[in-house]
Write a protein that binds this ligand. Structure first.
Ligand SMILES: N[C@@H](CCC(=O)N[C@@H](CS)C(=O)NCC(=O)O)C(=O)O
Length: 380
């Protein structure tokens, strides 16, 4: 029986971003039903409204259709939820958004590598997942397409050993953290946890090869994945039961090595992508409201050569990355000078200052569920 007052989540069990939205709905105790993309409503009603075949899509009980996990979560936050996920203090809020960026963008390398480079070892699992999620006709096609994304994400012969070493190091550092805290910023989940759970559940905490690594090497990280996918706040093994972020805008000491790890994975790639986007906008000067790509299913505006932990990679550049990080930049920009400088110094200490560069006049916005350029009123 489908409840008329339930949210509908169109998604798939093995989808990174569906996992992010699903964990949020479950933890916050919101009633929802999940529907696969082969459900006739998806092709008939949803895709025409959002303009591309992409998941997750949330349909509210009132019939509003929302794509993008940031917009989905922000919509639900605005309705009021038991555990709001944006910290109210600046350093924690900025760090949480950067971790969200790390999970959803940077960790695509780790997620997609472990899913597709070990295809033979996990073929039956993947084929079943894609068949159940997308229907037998679409499964083969989608698996082929996903597999083909690898090089543009920076997964190549030189980078693969470094991606694997990065995954192991991340597990080790998170393992230390979860020995102290149930969530990244304390005893309440934040947008950081929802960003990180995307790759850590759908791919790395579920596909057989990386799941085995996680279970053997980092049992507390695996337990956090269970926690995030459970209803409510599943923190039974932690003594501090009151849900809260660490007080006084402090970062948990065990999070610092995780943040340094994030900086090492994310740079210089992020700086190079931002420089590419700045040059692109300066040269083409798109009109305000123009979609960032000609075809909505395309997300990248070009390729840039950069490095991942020293290895040479060539990656596609998605303007969407600014949609993620702008919220952190806005938080920094809004601070009075003295507190801004303090937060900047704290970010610099962990190598993350450049994730929130100030002074960019153009933005990436979303209108009608599509990313668009948002240009200043005066000429660029
Ligand atoms: N920015 C989007 C990303 C959603 C996304 O990439 N979804 C994947 C599945 S996990 C998808 O539908 N991909 C379709 C494709 O690339 O063809 C969000 O946060 O919701």
């Amino acid at each position: 029986m489908r409840s008329a007052s339930a949210y509908r989540l169109y998604g798939a069990s093995h989808s990174l971003y569906t996992g992010k939205a699903r964990c949020y709905l479950r933890n916050q105790g919101l009633p929802y039903v999940e529907l696969p993309t082969w459900h006739p409503d998806f092709a008939e009603r949803i895709v025409p409204q959002i303009g591309r075949g992409i998941i997750p899509v949330l349909e509210t009980p009132e019939g509003q259709v929302i794509q993008d996990t940031i917009d989905i979560i922000d919509h639900l936050e605005a309705q009021g939820v038991p555990w709001p996920v944006y910290p109210q203090t600046p350093l924690q809020r900025i760090v949480a958004i950067i971790i969200e960026y790390y999970g959803g963008q940077v960790m695509l390398k780790h997620a997609m590598h472990y899913r597709w480079s070990y295809r033979e070892e996990q073929e039956a699992f993947l084929r079943t997942a894609f068949t159940l999620g997308s229907g037998p006709q679409m499964a083969e096609q989608i698996m082929g397409r996903m597999n083909s994304y690898l090089p543009r994400l920076g997964v190549n012969a030189e980078s693969i050993p470094l991606i694997e070493a990065s995954f192991l190091q991340l597990l080790d550092r998170l393992e230390q953290h979860f020995a102290e805290w149930p969530y990244l910023l304390g005893s309440q989940p934040s947008i950081a946890d929802y960003g990180l759970i995307g790759p850590m559940f759908a791919h790395l905490g579920r596909d057989p090869v990386p799941l085995a690594i996680m279970q053997r090497r980092a049992p507390r990280v695996h337990r956090w994945v269970e926690r995030m996918t459970s209803p409510g706040l599943d923190v039974v093994e932690y003594p501090q039961t009151e849900p809260a972020f660490v007080p006084n805008d402090q970062l948990p000491p065990t999070l610092i090595p995780v943040l340094k790890h994030i900086a090492e994975d994310a740079f210089p790639e992020l700086t190079d992508k931002l420089a590419f986007l700045d040059a692109w906008v300066a040269e083409l000067n798109p009109a305000d409201g123009t979609p960032v790509t000609d075809k909505p299913q395309l997300r990248q505006v070009g390729m840039v050569q950069t490095r991942f932990r020293g290895s040479v990679i060539e990656v596609g550049v998605e303007p969407y990355l600014l949609y993620v990080l702008q919220r952190a930049t806005d938080t920094l920009e809004a601070l009075p000078d003295a507190s801004r400088e303090l937060v900047q110094a704290q970010l610099a200490e962990v190598g993350l200052l450049e994730a929130v560069g100030l002074g960019r006049r153009w933005r990436v916005a979303r209108r009608n569920n599509i990313e668009v350029w948002e240009m200043p009123a005066t000429a660029y």
